[in-house]
Write a protein that binds this ligand. Structure first.
Ligand code: ATP
Ligand code: MG
Length: 273
């Protein structure tokens, strides 16, 4: 059964058509990457999914209920890490329980034990348990983004949205962050929708791919169909040479890859499709 339904979604900003009659369904547990050139509508799609934008036409439903306001079971990770530099990794992660506690509770760390345990577990998921007390501002960009993921996990979502979560990171950190995202989604059976600019990274970690071009959905399919022709269709005239890594390096199971496997204690439960 579909968990998320995007149904005839159109979003206009004045004359600009950011999304043009986009429809798809996502079952629980699927890891979906959204691709498209700048301005193709990726952020608008993700923002509509979290009720940060209101559709002009059509709607988004979660469990068949129209999304009209942000939901506790939907967590969003942003490109800029949105974490509080002066606070420790642990305290930042703990603010993910804000939906269950007041902000004042959070500031004074008056959450209950289960929230605290969840924060530590989430830091463990992203490989930062040993850095729990480290002040966030002294962490690298990649580590800060992993704290952002931990915080999203503490919200205890069933749906994870991420808008270019690795845009500001170097290639190595990008892979690591994507690996942790993939592991977290797999271990917790989250539905994830993640926008990315890097095709190789998408191919390495993605399970399903949705391509947007000028606000229209021009591709929706799984790994075996996501080939060079599709990439040309999504990216048009842009030189796509070099975007396409050889297959043996992009196998999803190995792919969630090293960081992911390490993070989950060595188990590489395959994603089969
Ligand atoms: N708040 C807004 N007001 C006016 N136009 C907007 C607004 N948000 C987005 N747009 C326009 O909608 C279109 C889609 O923008 P969107 O940010 O969704 O693209 P994107 O695929 O996320 O791009 P990028 O890769 O650069 O982040 C663009 O033409 C953009 O200028
Ligand atoms: Mg964007």
């Amino acid at each position: 059964m579909s968990r998320i339904t995007v149904d005839g979604l159109t979003k206009r900003f004045g004359e600009t058509v950011a999304l043009d009659d986009v429809s798809f369904e996502i079952p629980q547990g699927e890891f979906v990457i959204v691709l498209g050139v700048s301005g193709s509508g990726k952020s608008t799609l993700l923002r509509c999914m979290n009720a940060l934008e209101t559709p002009t036409e059509g709607e988004i439903r979660i469990d068949e209920t129209p999304v009209t306001s942000p939901r506790d079971d939907v967590a969003m990770i942003f490109q800029q890490h949105n974490i509080i530099g002066q606070m420790s990794a642990y305290s930042n992660a703990l603010t993910g329980s804000l939906n269950r506690n007041t902000f004042i509770d959070s500031l004074f760390q008056r959450q209950d034990e289960s929230d605290k345990l969840q924060a530590l577990e989430a830091l463990d998921t992203v490989g930062l348990l040993d850095q729990a007390q480290q002040s966030a501002q002294r962490m690298s960009g990649g580590q800060q983004q992993r704290v952002g993921i931990a915080r999203a996990l503490v919200q205890d979502p069933t749906i994870l949205l991420a808008d270019e979560p690795v845009a500001s990171l170097d290639p190595g950190s990008s892979q690591q962050v994507m690996g942790y995202l993939r592991t977290a989604a797999r271990d917790r059976d989250l539905s994830a929708v993640i926008s990315l600019h890097q095709v190789n990274l998408a191919r390495k970690f993605g399970e399903r791919f949705i391509g947007l071009r000028d606000g229209q959905k021009v591709f929706d399919g799984y790994r075996d169909e996501f080939d060079m022709d599709v990439i040309d269709e999504i990216y048009g005239d842009i030189d796509t040479e070099g975007m396409f890594a050889p297959d043996e390096e992009t196998d999803a199971d190995a792919g969630g890859a090293d960081a992911a496997t390490a993070a989950s204690g060595g188990s590489s439960s395959g994603v089969t499709r």
